[in-house]
Write a protein that binds this ligand. Structure first.
Ligand code: ZN
Length: 246
């Protein structure tokens, strides 16, 4: 059983009617619904703001939650700064010790992602209802399992454009092209010590992206692929005794 925690700011859905219409129960629950429909995936959610729009202590992330999470999904946008640094460090260290993580859309500027990348993670953006065509670069990668065709399309998405200020991915799985002319590295994977990281660009709050069956398939595959295959590794730098006699 893969224990997934879907973390969401949960601001737009509570503050804007037009977003609530798209995700009435929050983006986190939309993701929970399709991930949790799989027998091998068990989903918990955590949010920065509670249902009464109150900021949760420690961004809703406890040591116990992290210890019991194999894979974290992270959706954040306008309140990255309200995640305490010490919590972001704990998330980063959980990844370094083996927890898998999937960063969605505007999580490119979240504290844990920037800490794991070590760069600005800047990009260009525009909200103009562009169509996005996502080109699949490796059909034989487990995250792309079952995705047919050379590409798939999303009728509307926020345009993100290169240059994307990240270290070169270990592997690029998707290139997004927008009908405004831009391209973006829309599906990237990195290893960070013991942990696997997947960044997936679609998922702007005003579009029904997380209801798209292809997106759901990719994110389900991603949950399985970034999941650790061994217990969490300690982050230590120990003195060790000789194994052989001198
Ligand atoms: Zn966005």
């Amino acid at each position: 059983m893969i224990r997934v925690t879907v973390w969401n700011e949960y601001c737009h859905e509570q503050e804007e009617e037009r977003i609530r219409k798209v995700y009435p129960n929050g983006i986190h629950n939309a993701i929970k619904d399709f991930l949790g429909a799989n027998d091998d995936i068990q989903v918990t959610t955590a949010t920065l703001y509670d249902e009464n729009k109150q900021l949760r202590e420690n961004a809703g992330i406890t040591d116990e939650l992290l210890a019991n999470t194999d894979v974290m999904f992270w959706w954040g946008h306008v309140r990255h700064g309200e995640v305490p640094d010490e919590i972001a460090i704990k998330v980063k260290e959980a990844v370094l010790s083996g927890m898998g993580i999937v960063f969605l859309h505007s999580a490119h500027h979240s504290k844990p992602f920037k800490m794991l990348m070590g760069t600005t993670c800047n990009l260009g953006w525009r909200e103009s209802d562009d169509k996005e065509r996502l080109w699949i670069l490796d059909h034989n990668h487990p995250i792309m399992a079952g995705i047919e065709g050379r590409y798939f399309e999303l009728e509307g998405e926020e345009t993100y454009t290169e240059p994307f200020g990240v270290p070169d991915p270990d592997k690029l799985l998707l290139i997004g092209w927008y009908n405004g002319g831009e391209v973006f590295r829309s599906g990237c994977i990195w290893r960070r010590e013991n942990g696997k990281v997947f960044y997936f660009q679609p998922g702007h709050e005003s579009y029904p992206t997380f209801y798209n069956p292809t997106v759901q398939k990719i994110l389900t595959n991603a949950a399985r692929w970034v999941a650790p295959v061994c217990p969490r590794m300690p982050l230590e730098c120990p003195w060790v005794a000789r194994l052989e006699e001198k």
